[in-house]
Design a binder for this molecule. Structure first.
Ligand code: C2E
Ligand code: CA
Ligand code: CA
Ligand code: CA
Length: 277
């Protein structure tokens, strides 16, 4: 085991991990919600001056045997195992409680972005449950941004479009995550009521070194601008990347250069420190 920030990370040989993952992860995931092994981290979204524009909620799972399991791994298992409705509801509930508590304590208001898997959208009563959760928590609907990816189209495209329109009409914002990495980015944009585009980290990673990545980022910013959408650059790790993105017209940034995902208490300290500065 090797120290991984605050947690101990258990390294399992890759083959063995693959072999065990489905059964192991699935069984333990079923218990994780009750055992308080799941928690949320919040990553600030900021403008070029570092001023808070909002946060993205990111789920974390630490299991005694499995160690820290990355979310993209266990979300996929949860989807396959049919656990996503429950897990998604847990995430939504936790995030809304956290945000209402924090915003009341600090007397500030900012939007929170929550990742939504397509399996969640297709669950019965999804729209009704989301709206009820937001209203019951006492959060303003227009302060909640649901992040979706182009793979929402994999299953039942017409139904997904209808459901997301219903949420949008009801006042909830929609963000297209990892924009440009899917198979149907542009048709997704045309059919969905999207308020925000998130430029995928893979483009940002190469923006300084590759002309192709620069052209792609500039094109995405132009598309977003033409549709009146907000733009967020994800995975911004250096001041140089941020400066170039800003020069291209991107106003909102998320990445280690500005802030890492953090616990609620650390987010509170982050906001308080910024208010004093
Ligand atoms: P995503 O939605 O694209 O989230 C952004 C990921 O990039 C996060 O990884 C975040 O920690 C990481 N990140 C942010 N800034 C930087 C940076 O400057 N450098 C680097 N190297 N990474 C950065 P994370 O938290 O491991 O999440 C991975 C993916 O798992 C997410 O990608 C999302 O697809 C999924 N996920 C995370 N939380 C949730 C959730 O609550 N619900 C659902 N459905 N999916 C989630
Ligand atoms: Ca996201
Ligand atoms: Ca993303
Ligand atoms: Ca991404």
């Amino acid at each position: 085991a090797k120290k991984h920030r605050n947690s101990v990370r258990i390294f399992v040989p890759a083959m063995q991990h693959d072999y065990l993952s489905k059964i192991q992860i699935e069984q333990r995931l079923r218990n994780a919600m009750n055992n308080h092994e799941l928690y949320m981290m919040y990553q600030p979204k900021v403008d070029i001056n570092g001023t808070l524009k909002g946060v993205e909620a990111l789920v974390r799972w630490e299991n005694a045997e499995l160690g820290f399991v990355p979310p993209d791994q266990f979300i996929a298992v949860a989807e396959a195992a049919g656990l996503m409705p429950e897990l998604g509801q847990f995430i939504l509930y936790t995030v809304l409680q956290d945000m209402v508590q924090l915003q009341q304590t600090l007397q500030v208001e900012f939007p929170v972005a929550i990742n939504i898997s397509v399996k969640q959208i297709l669950r019965e009563h999804f729209v009704r449950d989301v709206l009820h959760s937001i209203d019951a928590a006492g959060m303003a609907r227009n302060q909640v941004i649901l992040e979706i990816t182009e793979n929402v189209f994999i299953d039942d495209m017409d139904l997904v479009v209808d459901l997301l329109h219903a949420l949008h009409v009801a006042g909830v914002s929609l963000s297209m995550d990892d924009f440009g990495t899917g198979y149907s980015s542009l048709s997704a944009l045309r059919r969905l009521p999207v308020d925000e585009l998130k430029i995928d980290k893979s483009f940002i990673d190469n923006i300084l070194s590759e002309e192709d990545a620069r052209k792609m980022v500039q094109s995405i910013i132009t598309i977003g601008g033409n549709y009146g959408m907000s733009l967020v650059a994800e995975g911004v790790e250096t001041a140089e990347q941020a400066a170039l993105l800003h020069a291209y017209g991107c106003e909102c940034f998320q990445g280690y250069h500005f802030a890492r995902p953090m616990r609620l208490a650390d987010l509170q300290a982050f906001i308080q420190a910024a208010a004093v500065a």
